[in-house]
Write a protein of this length. Structure first.
Length: 563
RNA sequence: GCGCUUGUAGCUCAGUUGGAUAGAGUGUUUGGCUACGAACCAAAAGGUCGGGGGUUCGAAUCCCUCCAAGCGCGCCA
C-alpha cells in the first residue's frame, strides 16, 4: 500500500535526522505518522504531517519538514514541503507499475492478510421462525454477509451462523394461530385470538397444511414452513449460512442443563423468590438476571448462554453478533455470562444495527402502524436484490436508515447502485468494442475488429511496455492518474472496512471509484488506430473492471456487463 | 430518572488514533454527445459542524453542560 510505503520512508528519514542531531532535542521518534491525501491536488498525491515533532524538537514545523526531507531519496516521486506537511508527488513510472501489478494479481490485488486465519463466527439475522422477515432483517442479512465476505477475503476463517429461536412460547402461539387458520379454511366461524399471529401469511401456510401436513403438529408444521420460506429468501438475497443452529437442539442435547451446572459449580447462580438467578451484576451488569422462572421454565437468556458456550467450545476465537439496536441492553448480561463460564468476554463482539424506517410516497411508514407490514420479500420483489442490498449497506450501521422505496426503485441517476453498476457496464462495453466489428462512418462499411482477444490477453500477461501517460491532454493525464490512485486505494480501504466492521466504507469507495472512471472516460478516448496506445488504455479499463467487479461481488451486488 | 445511538449544505449522509480552505450524492442554476454506453461529465451557488463552556500551537473530532430525536431499561423472545 502506497500510504504505508511513504510512511516507512518518512519514518526512516526522521530516524536519520535524529541520529544526526538535526531535530533539536528530539531523542527518539515517538509520533505516529499518518499519510493522507493533500487538500490541494497541486501539492502532491500523498501528504504526511510532521508538525507533531514540534513539541520535542522545539522547531517550526516547516523547518522540521525540510530537515527530514534532506534524508529522503526521491525515486520516481518528487517532494514538496508546505508548512509542516511533506507532500509526495508520484511520477508516471510509479503509476504505470500499479496497473502492471493489478494485471498480474487480478482480483487478488486487493487482498491483505490482516485476518491471519483467525477463526470467526458471525451470527446474524437469527429471527424467530414465526413469520416472514421484516425490512430490518434485510439490513442484518446484507450487513452480515457483506462483512463475512470482506473478512474472508482478508484471510479470516469465517463461519456464518443463524440461530433459530424455535424453543420458546412463541412456537406454541404460532401453532395455535395456524390451527385457527386451518379451521377457518374448513369453514368454522372462529376469530383469530388476541396475542396470536394475525398475519395473512399463515392463511397460505394453512392451505399447505391441508394439502399435506406430513403428520406434523400445527406448531411443528408452521415452524418448518416458516423456516423454509426464510431460507429461500436468504438464498435469493445472496446470504449464505454455514449453519442454522436450533435453539431447541440445545435442550435436546442437554447443553442448557450442562451449562447451568457449570454456572452452579462456579457459584454464579442462586435461588430467590422461587426463581433461579444468574449473578451477572458480579460482572458489571446493572442487575442479576433470571434463568429459571417461577413456573419452572427457562428464560431466553438461559438457552442463549448455552448457545454462546457452544460456539466458544467449537473453537472460535471471535464471536461477532449482529443485533438490532433494540437489543443493546442485552450485551452486558451476555458478556457477564461468558466471563462467568470462564471465557474471555472480549471474544464477543456485538455490532448493533440501528433500525430501518420505510419511506413511501414521501411519508415515513412506522412498522407497527402499518396495517399490512412490508416484508423483506415484498421489498426485494419491488426494488430488486442489488438495490436493496446496496441501500442497506451504504450507511454506517449506527445510523437509522430511511429506506425510500420509490427512490430505490427508480432506475435513474438518483440511485447510487445504478451509478456504480453503470460504470462497470460501460467499462465492459469498451472491452467488448475492442474485439467487435466496427462501423466506418464515412464509407458506411464494416471494419475488422481492432483486436483479437488473444492479442489483448497476451498483452495483459506480458505488458512489457506500459506508459499510460503518452499522448494525453492535461485533463486526461489528471484523470488517468486519479483513477489509478483510486484503484490502489482500494486495498487499504478494504483493510479498514474489515477493521471497523464497516461495509458502508466499501459502498462509499465504489461510488468514488465509479466517479473516477466516468471522469477518466469523459476525457480519454480508449480505442484508436494506435494499437499500442489502445492496448495500454484497455489495460487500465480492464483493471478498473476487475476491481469494481470484485468489490461489488464482496457486497453481494451483481456487476452487470450490460444494463 | 438511568443507559445506548444520533444531531454536519434545502434533503440523505461521509469526515476512524485532534491537523492544510469541513466533503460527496441529491436538489437548484448553467454548460457539454456526427467515434468506445449522456443511467455520464464539468462548473456555480449552498455551512455559526444542535447551543454554550473547557482542554491546546490547532477541535466536527477529546472533556463538561444543556437542548432535540430514535431505541432500550421484563420471571418477553
Amino acid at each position: 500500500m502506497l500510504k504505508n510505503y511513504f510512511i516507512e520512508i518518512t519514518k526512516n528519514a526522521i530516524n536519520k535526522a535524529i541520529e544526526a542531531q538535526e531535530l533539536g532535542e528530539t531523542k527518539e521518534n515517538t509520533i505516529e505518522l499518518v499519510c493522507d491525501k493533500p487538500k490541494n491536488k497541486d501539492f502532491g498525491d500523498f501528504a504526511i504531517n510532521v508538525s507533531a515533532l514540534a513539541r520535542t524538537a522545539k522547531m517550526a514545523p516547516p523547518v522540521i519538514a525540510q530537515t527530514i526531507v534532506k534524508h529522503i531519496k526521491q525515486e520516481n516521486f518528487t517532494i514538496n514541503v508546505v508548512a509542516g506537511f511533506i507532500n509526495f508527488k508520484l511520477e508516471k513510472e510509479f503509476l504505470n507499475k500499479i496497473i502492471v501489478d493489478i494485471l498480474a494479481k487480478k482480483d487478488d490485488y486487493l487482498k491483505s492478510d490482516i485476518g491471519k486465519g483467525e477463526k470467526v463466527n458471525i451470527e446474524y439475522v437469527s429471527a424467530n421462525p414465526t413469520g416472514p422477515f421484516h425490512i430490518g432483517h434485510g439490513r442484518w442479512a446484507a450487513l452480515g454477509s457483506a462483512l463475512a465476505n470482506i473478512m474472508k477475503y482478508c484471510n479470516y476463517s469465517v463461519f456464518q451462523e443463524f440461530y433459530i429461536n424455535d424453543a420458546g412460547n412463541q412456537i406454541n402461539k404460532l401453532g395455535k394461530s395456524l390451527e385457527i387458520r386451518v379451521r377457518q379454511l374448513k369453514g368454522e366461524n372462529i376469530e383469530m385470538e388476541e396475542g396470536l399471529y394475525p398475519g395473512d401469511y399463515l392463511i397460505d401456510c394453512a392451505k399447505r397444511y391441508l394439502e399435506n401436513n406430513k403428520g406434523l403438529s400445527y406448531a411443528d408444521f408452521a415452524k418448518q414452513d416458516m423456516l423454509r420460506l426464510q431460507k429461500e429468501l436468504l438464498e435469493k438475497f445472496g446470504t449464505h449460512f454455514d449453519l442454522f443452529f436450533s435453539e431447541l437442539s440445545l435442550y435436546q442435547d442437554n447443553e442448557v442443563e450442562k451449562c447451568m451446572e457449570t454456572l452452579r459449580q462456579r457459584e454464579k447462580i442462586y435461588e430467590k423468590d422461587g426463581a433461579v438467578w444468574f449473578k451477572s451484576s458480579d460482572y458489571g451488569d446493572d442487575q442479576d438476571r433470571v434463568l429459571v422462572k417461577t413456573d419452572g421454565k427457562n428464560t431466553y437468556l438461559t438457552a442463549d448462554i448455552a448457545y454462546h458456550k457452544n460456539k466458544l467450545d467449537r473453537g472460535f476465537e471471535r464471536l461477532i453478533n449482529i443485533w438490532g439496536a433494540d437489543h443493546h441492553g442485552y450485551i452486558p448480561r451476555m458478556k457477564a455470562a461468558i466471563e462467568a463460564l470462564g471465557y474471555d468476554s472480549n471474544k464477543l463482539e456485538v455490532i448493533l444495527g440501528q433500525l430501518v424506517n420505510l419511506i413511501q410516497d414521501g411519508e415515513q411508514q412506522r412498522m407497527g402502524k402499518r396495517k399490512k407490514m412490508v416484508t423483506l420479500d415484498d421489498l426485494v420483489d419491488e426494488v430488486g436484490v442489488d438495490a436493496t442490498r446496496f441501500w442497506m449497506l451504504m450507511r454506517s450501521s449506527d445510523t437509522t436508515i430511511d429506506f425510500d422505496i420509490d427512490l430505490a426503485k427508480s432506475q435513474s441517476d438518483k440511485n447510487p447502485v445504478f451509478y456504480v453498476q453503470y460504470a462497470h457496464a460501460r467499462a465492459c462495453s469498451i472491452l467488448r468494442k475492442a474485439i467487435e466489428n466496427r462501423l466506418d462512418i464515412d464509407n458506411k462499411t464494416e471494419l475488422e475488429p481492432l483486436f483479437k482477444q488473444e492479442e489483448i490477453d497476451n498483452f495483459y500477461q506480458n505488458p512489457s511496455i506500459m506508459d499510460l501517460f503518452e499522448n494525453l491532454s492535461d485533463e486526461s493525464k489528471e484523470a488517468t492518474k486519479a483513477l489509478i490512485l483510486k484503484l490502489e486505494e482500494g486495498k487499504a480501504l478494504l483493510a479498514n472496512a474489515v477493521k471497523y466492521r464497516a461495509p458502508y466504507m466499501v459502498c462509499k469507495y465504489l461510488t468514488e471509484l465509479a466517479n473516477s472512471f466516468h471522469h477518466f472516460y469523459n476525457f480519454t478516448r480508449v480505442l484508436s488506430e494506435n494499437k499500442k496506445d489502445s492496448l495500454m488504455k484497455l489495460s487500465l479499463v480492464n483493471c478498473f473492471r476487475i476491481i469494481m467487479a470484485k468489490m461489488l461481488n464482496l457486497m453481494g451486488v451483481s456487476a452487470p456487463e450490460k444494463m
